[in-house]
Design a protein around this ligand. Structure first.
Ligand SMILES: Nc1ncnc2c1ncn2[C@@H]1O[C@H](COP(=O)(O)OP(=O)(O)OP(=O)(O)O)[C@@H](O)[C@H]1O
Length: 312
């Protein structure tokens, strides 16, 4: 059987008294995009850096392309691309020169000029790294990660702070890598990015996996009815007008109240369910503004699992 791109079992990482990774287990397949999602401080970067061989672990077992990321770092280097959260390029290095230098270390690199064009960096090729904009620095760092045609790439928040055009170019590149059979491990706070790009999503909270699956499996294909009102709603009365097991969740921001009405059955929000909601609104004198039926998003699932409070 082919080995996984990355296999992490019961991983533990401590920083002094703090345990940042508390027994994390997941597998990332070859030729697939695996997204690691989690609130700030969940342990994503620590995990990625251990897999990259940059940090040692305090427990558990990690295999990258079947090898030990620290003991076998020499063998893994030409096969694995790394885009760190920041930096990675000397500040005085000119973008084009640096990428050509990186290409020279590999047997079968991608043409650097092609990559500069693809990532919109051609006009910045002669600019030293420190003078590039934040987004250009990130794109150069991404180019360096993929120039050697790696079998596996780690991308730690690759689109943080990028403008929409640069984000699209990055997404296109990730899709091309996947089509070429490259395994991509992506950490991101961008739920749409994870939903669009990944084959497998792993949600991490407080150093452990809290849920994983395909984006479709995680969102459950669940449909729900959403609408807004200017006044509070008698949610108990609405619930009693709908099939048993229906939940009604209301949140408010100033005098705008947002309501989500979800049937127990994932496919239950059909025409009759919608008609029952609007019939209740009509009989109760409630004007349902912005009424829509929508599928649950990954962001909804993420917030349900990890909560709404800020992390320190
Ligand atoms: N070198 C370090 N020394 C001490 N604590 C650290 C160190 N690196 C990370 N931590 C702590 O470990 C925890 C996990 O951090 P990590 O960077 O792995 O999380 P993350 O999920 O990548 O977060 P973010 O989304 O904010 O990048 C945090 O509480 C962080 O403060």
């Amino acid at each position: 059987m082919e080995t996984a791109a990355v296999e992490v079992v019961d991983l533990v990482k401590r920083y002094g008294a703090k345990t940042a990774v508390t027994g994390l287990t997941f597998t990332a397949r070859r030729g697939a995009v695996t997204a690691l999602l989690g609130p700030n401080g969940a342990g994503k970067t620590s995990t990625i850096e251990i897999c990259e061989g940059f940090r040692h672990s305090d427990g558990g077992h990690v295999r990258v392309l079947g090898l030990d990321p620290r003991a076998d770092s020499g063998a893994l280097k030409p096969r694995v691309g790394v885009m760190p959260q920041s930096g990675g390029v000397p500040t005085g290095a000119r973008a084009g020169e640096w990428l050509r230098l990186m290409a020279s270390f590999h047997a079968r690199p991608i043409d650097p000029e092609l990559l500069l064009t693809r990532l919109g960096l051609t006009s910045a090729a002669n600019t030293p790294f420190r003078r590039l904009s934040g987004g250009q620095q990130q794109r150069l760092s991404l180019a360096c990660a993929v120039i050697g045609r790696p079998e596996l790439v780690f991308l730690d928040e690759p689109t943080a702070g990028l403008d929409p055009q640069a984000r699209m170019a990055t997404w296109d590149l990730v899709t091309t890598l996947r089509e070429a059979g490259v395994a991509v491990i992506l950490s991101t706070h961008h739920m749409e990015e994870a939903e669009r790009l990944s084959d497998h999503v792993i949600i991490i909270d407080r150093g452990a996996v809290v849920a994983e699956g395909t984006p479709e499996a995680l969102t459950g294909g669940h449909r729900e009815v959403c609408f807004s009102t200017h006044a509070r709603l008698d949610t108990g009365s609405l619930r009693s007008a709908l099939p048993p097991g229906t939940t009604v969740t209301s949140t408010h921001n100033g005098d705008r109240h947002d309501h989500v009405v979800r049937p127990e059955d994932p496919e239950g929000a059909g025409p009759e369910f919608l008609a029952a909601v609007t019939a209740w609104c009509a009989s109760s004198g409630v004007l349902a503004e912005d009424l829509r039926v929508r599928r649950r998003t990954l962001e909804d699932v993420f917030l349900e699992l990890t909560g709404r409070e800020l992390r320190d």
